[in-house]
Design a protein around this ligand. Structure first.
Ligand SMILES: C[S@@+](CC[C@H](N)C(=O)[O-])C[C@H]1O[C@@H](n2cnc3c(N)ncnc32)[C@H](O)[C@@H]1O
Ligand code: SF4
Length: 333
């Protein structure tokens, strides 16, 4: 019988720092756990990955984020997370060692860190070819991706990556509104994000897009919701997630470029979500608003579940005290 190794994430607050244990299948009612240090991979913490990659092997091909200037994001601002690509030798060595130690147990790989697709097509091809050769049981390779990562990559190049196994990327669009995007220094616009999402679609790579609820504050809330909906309607991503913008390390950095930012109340956040959802016209997008930063958990497929989701939201807006909101202590990034 094939022995299946399961990667478990034992300490995670959604996009929070991750620690893995390697858990063997329960044998005689017990499971064997090895600490992260047992992994044949050098992790520079904190390491982030999307909630849906909880079972994936996290393979760093870069450290940090090549942009690292979004004023709301402090995920890669620690000195040890300064952006650098990892050497090809180290990454290919990691893949070989994982193959020797875990072999058929690895089915999903997430290429870290903040925007692995910043690497050249040649480097990505060499990583994907090595995964295919050494870890043939891998069924899905994914990574974060910034629109700017794709500016110099053609659809043909992206198709080559897709054929070698890159099947899903997570794109932090954050907003479809150019004023909001400028205020938070995302370095992208509605158009640049839409172009990147279109290229990915043409190449057959699935897109999971993140939009940040509350990012425009009270003043820009309506245009943030309207233009984010317009961006999603234009791009028709396969997955859409909304997170609530949060400032665990304080708002000082964010306010430098957005001094009049007025955070939305919980009610304001839900009203913004109501506008966003009402204006979404999606053919088939898996929608999740269940990240630890969200107050109200919403899950469904759009537009099929739009009436139900709007009903849930409106019920919470009309009677917030009776709504099944996540308690403040349980929220996080
Ligand atoms: C680890 S980042 C990497 C994403 C990738 N670099 C990009 O921008 O597309 C993942 C996502 O976390 C979310 N995020 C970062 N800082 C946040 C904050 N302060 N509050 C809420 N979400 C945040 C953003 O949606 C961001 O796209
Ligand atoms: S949101 Fe993404 S692009 Fe912006 S700084 Fe964070 S990791 Fe980098």
């Amino acid at each position: 019988m094939r022995k299946r190794t399961v990667w478990r994430n034992v300490s995670i607050a959604a996009y929070g720092a991750i620690i893995f244990v390697l858990a063997a299948p329960p044998a005689h009612g017990k499971s064997v756990a090895l600490k992260m240090t047992a992994l044949p991979i050098r992790y520079v913490e904190p390491v982030y990955r999307p909630p849906s990659e909880a079972q994936s092997l996290i393979l760093p091909v870069t450290d940090g984020c090549s942009w690292n200037r979004c004023t709301f994001c402090e995920m890669y601002t620690d000195p040890q997370k300064r952006f650098r690509p990892r050497s090809e030798e180290e990454v290919l060595g990691n893949i070989r060692t994982c193959a020797e130690q875990m072999g058929a147990g690895v089915e999903r790989i997430f290429l870290a860190d903040g925007d692995a697709l910043t690497l050249s097509t040649r480097r990505l091809v060499s990583v994907l070819e090595a995964i295919r050769k050494d870890l043939p049981s891998v069924r899905r390779v994914s990574s974060y991706c910034l629109p700017r990562n794709l500016r110099k990559k053609s659809v043909a190049e992206l198709r080559e990556l897709a054929e070698l196994g890159l099947s899903l990327v997570y794109v932090g669009a954050e907003s479809g509104d150019d004023e909001v995007l400028a205020r938070v220094n995302k370095g992208e616009t509605f158009e640049t994000t839409r172009e990147a999402l279109d290229k990915l679609q043409q190449a057959g790579i699935k897109r999971s897009v993140m939009i940040l609820n509350g990012l425009g504050g009270a003043a820009l809330s309506r245009q943030h919701a309207a233009n984010s909906a317009a961006l999603m309607n234009a791009a028709q991503p396969e997955f859409l997630a909304t997170l609530v913008v949060s400032f665990p390390q304080g708002e000082a950095r964010f306010r430098e470029n957005f001094p009049d930012f007025e955070p939305l109340s919980v009610l304001g956040l839900m009203q913004e979500m109501e506008q966003l959802l009402s204006q979404l016209e999606l053919k088939r997008t898996v929608f999740r608003s269940d990240h630890a930063s969200n107050w109200l958990i919403l899950r469904g497929t759009l537009n099929a579940d739009k009436p139900r989701l709007l009903q849930e939201l409106r019920a919470a807006i009309n009677a917030p005290d009776a709504a099944p909101l996540r308690p403040a202590w349980a929220r996080g990034l």
